[in-house]
Design a protein around this ligand. Structure first.
Ligand code: CMP
Length: 251
């Protein structure tokens, strides 16, 4: 149920313990930082100050440790998250018990919105890949903003279309590419997303073992091992202190 009237509701007054001006100042500074962060994201660019203020006041800061599961596939969900800092992995467990990584998301990305829109359980698991901070928004808050801001609705639709487009391209790739080609393509995507330039290419700065790489392309660890050997022989990939370097970088 949406609990907002026609105007932007005034956020509930903050609960004020008997505190000094200092802690109030800190609270105000935090709210200002959150508003500045939200304003910096393309999805919220067109939102009025009033709307941003409302979002910032009504959201909750959450912190997740690397490896922590933020939400589980199949659970009910009434909130979504905007990533302030860090990275998460969206993954599902196949019928055979194998993990398939669907997408990596980072700063400014939103997740957990699907269960809010279709009122169904969470469609996937979301795991923090590194220490991650999010702003958590309740369904009522997001829906209230969407009702008032067609620009926000359009931005969100654009973000969801991009995900669908990506998923469609991935499905095409899975059907037509070999394991070696799929792995190389995924490594190139990771290098674009989380890469550091080296003298001869790009180092992928995500700690990943072969099992985790296997979840990226829906195959076994053994197949990834063989594909990596082949890519190294072809000079397309090398290992540097356990990190994967994509030689010549991303085409
Ligand atoms: P929800 O279903 O509520 O919880 C899991 C979240 O993972 C989901 O919302 C989306 O935010 C995200 N998610 C699920 N599938 C994909 C996908 N194919 N691409 C990107 N994100 C996804």
């Amino acid at each position: 149920m949406i609990r907002m009237g026609l105007q932007w509701p005034h956020a509930d007054p903050p609960v004020r313990p008997a505190h000094t001006g200092d802690s109030r100042r800190r609270q105000n500074e935090m709210a200002e930082q959150q508003i500045a962060f939200l304003r910096s994201l393309p999805i919220f660019h067109d939102l009025s100050d009033e709307a941003l203020n409302y979002l910032a006041t009504e959201s909750r800061q959450r912190v997740f440790q690397a490896g922590e599961i933020v939400c589980y596939q199949g659970d009910p969900g009434s909130t979504c998250h905007i990533i302030v800092h860090g990275r998460v992995r969206v993954f599902v467990i196949g019928e055979d018990g194998q993990e398939l990584s669907v997408r990596f998301l980072g700063r400014g990305d939103i997740f957990g919105e699907m269960a809010l829109f279709d009122d169904l359980p969470r469609s996937a698991n979301v795991e923090a890949l590194e220490n991650t901070r999010t702003l958590e928004l309740h369904r009522d808050v997001l829906f209230g903003c969407l009702q008032r801001s067609p620009a926000l609705a359009l931005s969100l639709l654009r973000a969801l279309s991009e995900r669908l487009r990506y998923a469609t391209e991935e499905a095409g790739g899975l059907a037509s590419l070999t394991v070696v080609e799929r792995l190389l393509r995924r490594l190139q995507q990771l290098a674009e997303w989380a890469g550091t330039p080296t003298e001869d290419g790009v180092r992928i700065t995500l700690p990943m073992n072969q099992q985790e790489l296997a979840t990226l392309i829906g195959t076994s660890r053994e197949s990834v091992n063989r594909a990596l050997v082949q890519l190294r022989r072809q000079g397309k990939v090398r290992l540097e202190n356990g990190w994967i370097v994509l030689v010549d970088g991303v085409p």
